[in-house]
Design a protein around this ligand. Structure first.
Ligand code: ATP
Ligand code: MG
Length: 582
């Protein structure tokens, strides 16, 4: 059974608990066969007129004792079995999360957040359900039915039993037919749920934009469409669910009819006693639950399988980048070099970087400028090892970067992304994200360097102020400086700032750059920007255009050259002059 195969690792470690639960369930099923027999005997005794008071009270005491004993056993197996299913859910969620953290941006471009959330919640729940409720229904069916049938044969009459069970094979056929359909429909329902998640996520995070463009009603209507789809898909699943019960009742009804009809005939011909017929009918009643269980089992199993398919599909996706087999040990990045580097995003059809070459020694500063969309961010991201690169294109300390362990390479770089990401925690926790045990003095220094101190001073709770989801409480410039402080706190070998000073005024920018140059002397810095004044001090400047290097050199050389850089510089200086005089 594929479901069990997939979860082998879990069942292997937890088999003792499963064995205990299943053993107890079987025991309870066995014990359950005793009372009907006792009742049958008592009735026979009544009929024969030799029932004594002591015998009756003994029987009653035994029945009460049995009920209490079963109560305890049932309690133990339920807690054991369902303890396993919630444990499985927890373990699966942990594994899934660990899997996600190993994935590179390409994975998240292929898999939407809503679908991933659906996997982590609904689908894993369905899998846990199969490992708990599913196992329970299966054992109930197998043990329950076997025990009842064996008792029927041994204590009553095998012919009667066979006659009553004639309709059973029909049940198996119908249920396996329905089960296949459940799987297909449940897959569709889970998919629809994932899409709904996506929509809800987008609407909530984009609520401000939606409102400002007065698109709430339109979005609501679209959401209504999505939720209707989820409802319809789930309705289709429940239509099938609803079919299970009546079909089982019908078949049980037929069994009863045959049982009572043929049983009366046997009593009439003195082949069995009246007591036996009554016991038989109680046993027949006890078969209903295993039969319903069987239907439930197929239903839950198919759902679990459908969800396991979905989760497995995600687990099978490998990260685009893997560690080298024999990593080369590089302690300090003494240089960063690109040699004819070209790069195309996995989803794009044309390269975003073409034939880029430069060499930056340790302690140097590289400026990357150029029109919007020219590939500046893409160039910086190459240092973060998020996407696979061609061999021998990027070198650190003269070693091709693909030969360096991924974690090692990532540790060197403190990155300030163009779109800053803040967590809805305090300012302090956001700054200390990469270094949770940083001292107050270290944090204060990073804040000072990022010129963020005076902003924190006027926050309602200073460092402890919670910034809200993705920093809604902060201004654009404040978010940028928080992100810079976060990167500076790392005091990393390489600082990569992607247009991180765009939202601060020129004076603040100059101050931050001055701090960085002073405090990070001897360490490497890469800066991309639209405002050329942010890189005029750099040791080397690349001007990109459509992914190629258009011009390169120091500020003086580029000014002398008189190309794009020169024109841009003159224009920006003129604008700055106008602003000053206003
Ligand atoms: P800006 O100044 O606006 O920040 P940029 O110079 O940083 O621009 P990049 O973000 O590097 O530009 O983008 C360069 C090109 O790569 C653009 O044409 C863009 O459409 C494309 N691109 C960027 N990110 C991706 C991605 N994840 N998948 C596919 N293409 C991308
Ligand atoms: Mg950019």
């Amino acid at each position: 059974m594929s479901f069990v195969m997939r979860l082998q690792w879990f069942f292997k470690t937890r088999w003792i608990y499963y064995a205990l639960a299943i053993g107890l369930m079987a025991g309870v099923n066995l014990l359950q066969t005793i009372p009907p027999k006792m009742i049958g005997n008592t009735i026979d005794n009544i009929q024969k007129g030799n029932l004594t008071a002591s015998e009756l009270s003994g029987t009653v005491l035994l029945l009460v004792g049995l009920a209490l004993g079963m109560y305890v056993l049932v309690y133990i197996w339920i807690t054991t079995l369902f303890g396993n299913s919630v444990l499985l859910e927890k373990l699966l969620r942990g594994r899934f999360m660990a899997h996600l953290t190993r994935m590179t941006p390409g994975f998240f471009q292929r898999n939407s957040t809503g679908q991933l959330m659906a996997l982590a919640t609904n689908d894993i729940l369905a899998i846990g359900n199969t490992a708990g409720y599913g196992v329970m229904t299966l054992v109930n069916t197998l043990v329950g039915a076997t025990v009842v049938i064996v008792t029927m044969i041994s204590l009553i009459d095998y012919r009667l039993m066979l006659a009553a069970l004639i309709p059973l094979p029909l049940l198996a056929v119908v249920i396996s037919f329905l089960g296949g359909k459940v799987r297909v429909r449940f897959l569709a329902a889970q998919n629809a749920f994932g899409k709904m998640n996506d929509h809800a996520l987008e609407s909530i995070s984009g609520i401000r934009v939606l409102r400002s463009y007065v698109q709430e009603n339109r979005d609501l209507a679209a959401f209504d469409g999505v939720t209707t789809d989820v409802m319809d898909r789930n309705r289709e699943v429940s239509l099938l669910n609803a079919l299970f019960q009546p079909i089982i009742s019908l078949i049980v009804g037929v069994s009863y009819t045959i049982g009572i009809g043929y049983g009366s005939y046997l009593v009439f011909h003195h082949e069995i006693t009246l007591g036996q017929l009554i016991s038989f009918n109680i046993y027949l009643g006890m078969l209903i639950w295993p039969m319903i269980s069987f239907g439930e089992f197929i239903n839950v199993l198919q759902r679990g399988n459908a969800s396991a398919d979905r989760v497995e599909k995600s687990f099978l996706q490998q990260p685009d980048l893997t560690d080298p087999e024999h990593p080369v040990q590089v302690d300090v990045p003494t240089s960063i070099e690109m040699r004819g580097l070209s790069f195309t995003y996995p989803t794009a059809d044309h390269p975003s970087l073409k034939d880029i070459s430069f060499k930056l020694e340790r302690g140097g500063t590289l400026g990357v400028v150029g029109r919007t969309g020219s590939g500046k961010s893409t160039l910086l991201k190459q240092l973060l090892r998020q996407y696979p690169l061609g061999e021998e294109q990027l070198f650190v300390s003269g070693v091709p970067v693909e030969a360096i362990a991924l974690d090692r390479a990532k540790q060197w770089v403190a990155y300030v992304p163009q779109e800053h990401l803040l967590l809805s925690k305090s300012i302090r926790d956001n700054i200390a994200l990469g270094k949770p045990n940083a001292t107050d003095a270290e944090i204060a220094k990073a804040v000072e360097m990022a010129s963020f101190a005076s902003d924190i001073a006027i926050m309602p709770e200073g460092m402890g102020t919670i910034v809200g989801e993705n920093g809604v409480m902060l201004s654009g410039g404040q978010k940028q400086r928080l992100a810079i402080a976060r990167a500076l706190l790392m005091d990393a070998e390489i600082l990569a700032m992607d247009d991180s000073l765009s939202a601060v005024d020129a004076r603040t920018e100059a101050r931050i750059l001055q701090h960085i140059r002073r405090e990070r002397a001897g360490k490497t810095t890469l800066i991309t920007t639209h405002r050329l004044s942010a890189v005029s001090h750099a040791d080397w400047i690349l001007v990109l255009d459509e992914g190629r290097v258009l011009e390169e050199g120091t500020h003086e050389e580029l000014m002398h050259f008189g190309g794009w850089y020169r024109k841009q510089w003159d224009r920006q200086q003129m604008e700055a002059g106008l602003e000053e005089s206003e």
